[in-house]
Design a protein around this ligand. Structure first.
Ligand code: 5GP
Ligand code: ZN
Length: 113
């Protein structure tokens, strides 16, 4: 997608601190961190969000979660972290390219705001 910021990050057209990459995913630091560790895990394939996924994306979604486990370990927050995706404007989604936020390094509140 030509005007998608995350597609541009994946293509290295926009700089970011990429901390993990494989054939299907990229993980990079959020530019506006909400916790000491705040990473974004995104598929290389442009998908607008979770509800835009189809049955053929099931394996990709599982893979993204396993990438989250690996990058949490790498970031030193394996003992406690939150993995969240905001789906839709009402949930706070601002970038229409599927992503999981991985937040750690501080105590989390529940329920989230
Ligand atoms: P959302 O609001 O869609 O759930 O999350 C989008 C996230 O992307 C936000 O936390 C925001 O800070 C992050 N973000 C937006 N633009 C950029 C960017 O250009 N670079 C990086 N690294 N993160 C970004
Ligand atoms: Zn995209």
């Amino acid at each position: 997608m030509a005007d998608c910021i995350f597609c541009k990050i994946i293509a290295r057209q926009v700089p970011s601190e990429i901390i993990y990459e494989d054939d299907l995913t990229v993980a990079f630091k959020d530019v506006n961190p909400q916790a000491p560790t705040h990473l974004l895990i995104v598929p290389k394939k442009h998908i607008a969000g979770l509800s835009a996924c189809g049955a053929d994306d099931t394996a990709l979604l599982g893979h993204m979660q396993m990438v989250a486990v690996a990058v949490a370990e790498k970031a030193g927050v394996a003992s406690g972290y939150r993995l969240v995706t905001n789906n839709g404007r009402a949930a706070g989604q601002s970038v229409d390219h599927l992503h999981y936020h991985l937040l750690g390094g501080r105590c989390m509140q529940w329920p989230p705001g």
